[in-house]
Each structure stands twice: as structure tokens, then as C-alpha cells.
Design a protein around this ligand. Structure first.
Ligand code: NAD
Length: 483
């Protein structure tokens, strides 16, 4: 990490603003457990200033009235400045949350830049107004897409840069202005975002960043001058935010937790499947919302699959996430590590058999590490099969026929991701059609900036990415005109 790790101000109204109070958050290295930096913690006055700046930029400074091609130019310049800082952003995120660096270079360095460019192109090619005639009615209707207004964007710690950009890029492209509140664990990397915005001369107030925990998040969500809330995080917090937005009749997008299934069909190639599962089930040390962590395998071959999945998990290199060969880094925080360990204990106490892992690695004496862990011998009613662990913990479940596998996959309060593994792609797509989820992969899983992403059931409301992600920041207005 080559950036200044001690920050003392907020990015508000295009520049650096002194905090209204003296409280700070430490930035703790999950690798060394030591403090490596600090950021100021916002008070309500700082949030007020950020929302005021965003409101002024929206209403009076003309961001919303710029031609889409003008906004696109700003977004591209912002992308160029962010690209110049991509390596700093990636190493900072790895220092903050322990993300393996090879992943951070793509997800936290390159992907936010790609998203800004994608939405710059999209907004230029999406008409703002469209003329409709509805026979047999007389007259025509002008349908307009107008920016919603000030957006409160609240991000989690697992992929802080890219998940913030899922919101910022389409919101700015649509003509909205943004107040971003990152997670306390990962506030430092957002300073690089702010530095890029300054260097790109993004108009003042269009993007603002305040740090804080859930109290400041709550204040921001309910702020009278916020027009839309975009949230990624836990289902518990999403439920609370949804309740507040419901009372306020405030548009909200909720991207929440998951407990997705990998359906391993009887014709799946064992080597390819198990190597694919290393990513589809354990990316970012399992701290990824769409992980396929319930692995459903044919009952008549259960032990073969269990052995292969256990061998794959135990072979994943674990250690310093700055080392490019590492697949499993430390978990993001002590609190989160303890939660994951307590869910492993719960799995054991409910009769689960641990085939590999099951605790902290014996040969690493510091850092918030948990070994990749595989559970067998439980059914889909076990806590370990129902609750999101958000760590490197897999549960291997058996099924007898395809209908049972699909019923088990759908027997979850969540519906975010999921995968099927088969040598017959068409069969895989047929399975995909039957799963209650927002996204699904056949023999792999990869988000696509041009296609919607989000969940069903307790995994959320609304979609990010693609044209649908832009529409989430637009109000529709119909203007009726006589014939
Ligand atoms: P979290 O819900 O604890 O916190 C997320 C963010 O919300 C943080 O910035 C936090 O300060 C803030 N916050 C918490 N409570 C709030 C409230 N009541 N009002 C306003 N803001 C509040 O989640 P986390 O532990 O940071 O992230 C992990 C969770 O995020 C997991 O459940 C994971 O599945 C989910 N997640 C979902 C997606 C998705 O796209 N669906 C992506 C990544 C992570």
C-alpha cells in the first residue's frame, strides 16, 4: 500500500472538509492484527454537509441537466484517473480486508474503471425521451427518463470498490448525485476514489464520501434530502433499511445475503467441477455474496465427491494475501472471524462431520485466518446449510434424483446465485430455469456488467448492472400531447 493511511478529512463538495468531531476509526490489518491507518468518523453534521452538497449539485449546479454525452465525458475522465490509481486501490483493499491480491487487481482495481466506461457508453446510447402512440387513443405521449436525485450509496467491506461503483457509475450516468458511505473496515480505499474524482475535475458535490458505522448509515438512509437508497450488505440491515424506506416511500435497491447451491449432476466431470468450485464457492475466502456454498452431489457417488471437494479445499494455498499465489487470505476482521468460527462450532454441535479444516490454521500464529472447511453428514435443515457463513465453509449434501436436487436448491430463504455442473450445457440451462434465484452459472459463475444482478426472496429487491441498473436511478414521466 503506497498511499497515505492516515486521513483526517472527508471528501465533500469537491474538496476536503474537516470533520465536525474528533472521533476516528482505526484501519486494522487482518494479516497482522495491527493498526495500519485511521480515518475520521462522521457525525450527523458531516452527513448533512455531504447531502447538502449533493442536493445543490443536483438541483442548482446542473448535473442533471447536462446532455448525457457531457456526463459521459466526465465519467470517462473519472475512469482514466481511477485507472491510474488502480494498483493503489487494489493493494489498499488487500491491506484493509485481506482480499487475495490477484483478485483485488481485477475486482477492486480494473472493474470499477470498466463500470464507469460501460455506463458512459450506455447513457450516451439510451434515449432520454421516447414518443409513443397508443392506438386507438388520440394524441401521443412523450416518455421521459429523469434522474431520481440524491442517492445514498451504502457499501459493505467484502468488495468495497466494485460494489460502490455498482451504484456510483449508473447513478452519475443517469444524472443523480451521490453520497457514499463505505464500511468502517474499508473506508481507506474510498479516499483513492475521491482523489481520482478531484483529479478528473468531477463537478463539486456530484460525489461525496462520509465514513461511519450503522448509526451514520441509518441517519443517511432517513435523511430528508435523500431521494434514493442503494444498499449492499447483510439481510438483517437490508430489512431495517427497507422498513425505513417503506415508511418514507423512498426508492431503494437492496443487494443482500445468499446461501446459493451448486448442483453437481451425475454427468459432471469431477476434475473440472472441483476446480470450478474453488472459485464458485470460495472466491475471496468465501466472503462473496453469491457463493455456491451448499454443494448438492448425487447420493450414489457421495463419498467420491466429498473426497474430491475436501481435497480441493485443503489444497488451496492460504497465507499473506499480497502473495499472488494465495487463494485463501485472512477474513476481514476479528469480529467476522469469530462469527465464522462460531458457525463452524454450531455445525459440529448439530452433528456435522468436518472432513477438512474446521478452525484456525495451526501453522499461522497471527491474522484472522480460518481454514477452508468442509461439512458432511448434515441435511438441508442444519444451520450450516441454511445460514450464510460468509467464509471458507462448504456443506456437501446428497440427493437422489434431479427433482430432489432442484427442490433442495430452492429450499432456502435466499435466492442470489447458484451453479450447475454438467457435461451437457443444455441440461444445465434447463436446471437454471427451474432455480429460484436472481443469477445462475452453468459450469462457471461470472458477473456481466451488461446484465442485471440481484436477488429474490431474502437476497434483495431490485437489480444492479446492465440497463436495468441505470433504470434504477431514473424516474419515468409521461407527458401527454394532443393529436
Ligand atoms: P452489513 O449489513 O453489516 O453492513 C453493510 C453496510 O451497511 C456497512 O456500510 C454498514 O455500516 C451499513 N449499515 C449496517 N446497518 C445499517 C443500517 N441499519 N442502516 C444503514 N446502514 C447500515 O454487512 P457487511 O457485514 O458489511 O457485509 C456482508 C454482507 O453483505 C453479507 O451478508 C453479504 O452477503 C452481503 N453482500 C451482498 C452482496 C449482494 O450484491 N447481494 C454483495 C456483497 C455482500
Amino acid at each position: 500500500m503506497s498511499i497515505d493511511p492516515v486521513r483526517t478529512s472527508f471528501f465533500i463538495d469537491g474538496g476536503w472538509r474537516e470533520p465536525s468531531n474528533a472521533s476516528t476509526f482505526p484501519v486494522i490489518s487482518p494479516l497482522t492484527e495491527e493498526e495500519i491507518g485511521s480515518v475520521p468518523a462522521a457525525g450527523t453534521a458531516d452527513v448533512d454537509a455531504a447531502v447538502d452538497a449533493a442536493r445543490t449539485a443536483f438541483r442548482r449546479s446542473g448535473w442533471r441537466d447536462l446532455e448525457p454525452s457531457e456526463r459521459a465525458k466526465h465519467l470517462r475522465r473519472f475512469a482514466d484517473e481511477l485507472e491510474a490509481r488502480a494498483e493503489d486501490r487494489a493493494t489498499t483493499v488487500t491491506a484493509e480486508n485481506g482480499m487475495p491480491i490477484a483478485l483485488a487487481r481485477f475486482a477492486e482495481g480494473a472493474a470499477p474503471v470498466q463500470l464507469l466506461r460501460y455506463y458512459a457508453d450506455l447513457v450516451e446510447s439510451t434515449p432520454v425521451e421516447e414518443q409513443r402512440t397508443s392506438q386507438p387513443l388520440p394524441g401521443t405521449t412523450l416518455v421521459r427518463r429523469e434522474p431520481i436525485g440524491v442517492v445514498a450509496a451504502i457499501a459493505p467491506w467484502n468488495f468495497p470498490a466494485v460494489l460502490s461503483m455498482f451504484k456510483i457509475a449508473p447513478a452519475l450516468a443517469a444524472g443523480c448525485t451521490v453520497v457514499l458511505k463505505p464500511s468502517p473496515e474499508t473506508s481507506l480505499d474510498a479516499y483513492i476514489l475521491a482523489e481520482a474524482a478531484i483529479a478528473a475535475e468531477l463537478p463539486a458535490g456530484v460525489l461525496n464520501v462520509v465514513n461511519g458505522g450503522s448509526d451514520i448509515g441509518q441517519y443517511l438512509v432517513a435523511h430528508p434530502h435523500v431521494d434514493k437508497v442503494a444498499f449492499t450488505g447483510s439481510t438483517a440491515a437490508g430489512r431495517e433499511i427497507g422498513r425505513v424506506c417503506g415508511e418514507l416511500i423512498r426508492p431503494v435497491t437492496l443487494e443482500l445475503g445468499g446461501k446459493s447451491a451448486a448442483l453437481v449432476l451425475d454427468d459432471a466431470d469431477i476434475e473440472q467441477t472441483v476446480s470450478g468450485l474453488a472459485t464458485a464457492s470460495l472466491l475471496n475466502t468465501g466472503q462473496t455474496c453469491y457463493m455456491s456454498t451448499r454443494i448438492l452431489v448425487p447420493g450414489n457417488n457421495y463419498d467420491t465427491w466429498l473426497d474430491a471437494i475436501s481435497a480441493m479445499s485443503s489444497a488451496l494455498p492460504i497465507g499473506d494475501p499480497m502473495d499472488e499465489s494465495i487463494a485463501i487470505g485472512p477474513l476481514a476482521s476479528r469480529r467476522h472471524r469469530d462469527r465464522v468460527l462460531s458457525l463452524i462450532d454450531r455445525g459440529r454441535s448439530e452433528g456435522g462431520r468436518v472432513t477438512t479444516g474446521g478452525g484456525r490454521p495451526a501453522d499461522i500464529d497471527r491474522g484472522f485466518f480460518v481454514e477452508p472447511t468442509v461439512f458432511a453428514g448434515v441435511d438441508n435443515s442444519a444451520t450450516i446449510a441454511r445460514e450464510e457463513v460468509f467464509g471458507p465453509v462448504l456443506t456437501v449434501l446428497r440427493y437422489d434424483d434431479l427433482d430432489e436436487a432442484i427442490a433442495l436448491a430452492n429450499d432456502s430463504s435466499y435466492g442470489l446465485g447458484g451453479t450447475v455442473w454438467t457435461s451437457d450445457q443444455e441440461r444445465g440451462v434447463d436446471v437454471a430455469r427451474r432455480i429460484e434465484t436472481g443469477s445462475f452459472g452453468v459450469n462457471y459463475f461470472n458477473l456481466d456488467w451488461g446484465s442485471p444482478f440481484g436477488g429474490v426472496k431474502s437476497s434483495g429487491i431490485g437489480r444492479e448492472l446492465g440497463p436495468e441498473g441505470l433504470a434504477a436511478y431514473q424516474n419515468l414521466k409521461s407527458i401527454f400531447l394532443p393529436a
